[in-house]
Design a protein around this ligand. Structure first.
Ligand SMILES: *Cc1c(COP(=O)(O)O)cnc(C)c1O
Length: 489
């Protein structure tokens, strides 16, 4: 399968690339991104065939259907990483919580958040491509908290790859920060930046676009890439768990194969939701995809009104920080798929120039045929956490936003798959506050009180972080990032 450009071609970039090329250089002409030229058909026969497949078998079949240019043995070693999840036979458990609501838990990997679902196999794939091509890569990552640990975890000690990961100093939870600053592999550099997530993201974009920076790297025989969520090498692994979760509902006799379901996704950069969209396009019986946001409700407004308006918007810090976002990058692939490259280019350049665009009536109708959206503020989220806990389910504040969309967005009484994107351990102060009322607890105290309240153990992988040596000590100003990275190399 080939990948084509969402904003058309500028005569400089290749019009079509292979999967491995799209992984190494995801950015295409006019600041667009590479998207699949077509999608495989994974309709009823595929679902029937895989009704009893384990996760890796299903994953292999989906990847095969995409006809990607990655050798089977590399794919096998990438998928083997799911064996390190809590239950190797089922890395993504789907739990019935109430009535029609099932939670697909995407956080049973090494960093306890859903970024592992894609980044774990992605690291192996990227490192293998680099080795085959005898090239060395610097991977840049900017993180608001979950991408960083997952990227470091997947690339540590991998051949032909070095990682520089930037996080906003003070902008992540203790656990997220410790997961990063205790990484000691020689090919990893972690940089705390004095600023917020947008500052680190802008620094990343600036470096990725800087010819001078690339030239300096070239002298060191290093190429530049990014592990951000527009990378199709991540998206492809995010189509699989939607299909898996559907099949789990069939296996649990909650639905019959062919019945429609709602997918309910806590959304930020829209990678998770895009995976669901592609699964639906490939034939998964989905009624609608419910997009849950927090107070940064730019996606709710887009889906309900067709307007994307950043003119007076600024990021509002919430208790679900992985969704504190203004520019949701993967929406572009939905537009490209529905409206084509000319219109996508028009909308995206308008957003760049005027910080605003408005879909027309027909476009909005097409969007609303697929998506519904609502947002959940922090107090409501806390209530949902409390409520779910009282019925025996412990969840994090990102997952909680979906419970509101479950209440408000469904038009039919169909089974609903909520995607849970983080373990309780990653956002413990918020959860402790919801459950016990305690305020401003540090992570370790909050973890302890939740563990007591819920009568569960803090996973060793998390409690151990607090005793580990801090090896990554850089905390710097925005304008020092480039030189810090160069001295690491
Ligand atoms: C990244 C993340 C999200 C948002 O996912 P997108 O694919 O960017 O929409 C939601 N919740 C958690 C915990 C995350 O880490």
């Amino acid at each position: 399968m080939q990948f084509i450009e969402t904003r058309g071609n500028d005569g400089q970039h290749p019009e079509k690339v292979s999967f491995s090329e799209a992984i190494l250089s995801p950015i295409s002409s006019f600041g667009g991104i590479y998207s699949p030229e077509s999608l495989p058909d994974l309709g009823e026969t595929f679902l029937k065939t895989h009704i009893n497949s384990d996760y890796k078998t299903l994953a292999r079949a989906v990847l095969t259907a995409f006809e990607i240019d990655i050798d089977a043995d590399i794919i096998d070693s990438a998928l083997a990483l799911y064996d390190n999840f809590d239950d190797p036979t089922n890395p993504v458990p789907v739990v019935k919580v109430k009535d029609d609501l099932f939670v697909s838990e995407l956080w049973h990997g090494p960093t306890r958040a859903f970024k592992d679902m894609a980044l774990q196999p992605f690291g192996t794939v990227l490192s293998s491509i680099a080795q085959n091509r005898n090239e060395h890569y610097l991977i840049l990552a900017a993180t608001s908290g979950d991408t960083g640990p997952a990227a470091l975890e997947t690339f540590k000690n991998k051949a032909n790859v070095q990682v520089a990961c930037m996080y906003p100093d003070g902008g992540t939870s203790d656990v997220q920060r410790l997961q990063m600053v205790t990484e000691d592999a020689k090919n990893l550099k972690v940089i705390g930046v004095k600023g917020d997530f947008d500052d680190t993201q802008n620094a990343l974009k600036h470096l990725l676009a800087s010819k001078a920076f690339k030239d300096t790297l070239k002298e060191k025989n290093i190429l530049l890439s990014a592990a951000n969520s527009v990378n199709f090498g991540r998206i492809i692994f995010q189509t699989i768990y939607h299909i898996h979760s559907y099949l789990e509902l069939v296996r649990q006799n909650a639905i019959q194969s062919g019945d429609k379901v709602y997918l309910n996704v806590p959304s930020g950069n829209f990678g998770n939701a895009l995976g669901g969209y592609y699964a639906m396009k490939m034939g998964l019986p989905v009624e609608k995809i419910l997009i849950a946001s927090n107070n940064n409700n730019i996606l709710t407004k887009l889906i309900n009104t067709g307007a994307y308006d950043l003119r007076s918007a600024s990021v509002i810090p919430t208790t679900s920080p992985a969704m504190d976002i203004l520019k949701s990058s993967n929406i572009e692939r939905i537009f490209f798929d529905l409206f084509g490259k000319e219109r996508t280019k028009e909308l995206m350049s308008q957003l760049d120039d005027e910080k605003y665009y408005q879909l027309n009536e027909n476009e909005l109708k097409q969007i609303q045929a697929i998506f519904s959206a609502d947002f959940c503020d922090d107090d409501q989220g806390k209530e949902y956490i409390k409520q779910a806990f009282s019925t025996g389910y412990l969840m994090d504040p990102h997952t909680a936003t979906c419970f509101k969309a479950y209440d408000t967005c469904r038009e039919k009484p169909l089974k609903t798959i909520v995607y849970s994107t983080a373990e309780w351990t990653k956002f413990s102060p918020v959860i402790a506050n919801a459950l016990t009322g305690e305020v401003d607890a540090h992570d370790l105290d909050a973890l302890k009180s939740i563990a007591k309240e819920a009568n569960i153990k803090i996973p060793a992988i998390i409690s151990g972080l607090f005793d580990k040596e801090i090896t990554q000590k850089s905390i710097i100003e925005k304008d020092e990032i480039e030189s810090e990275i160069l001295s690491f190399l």
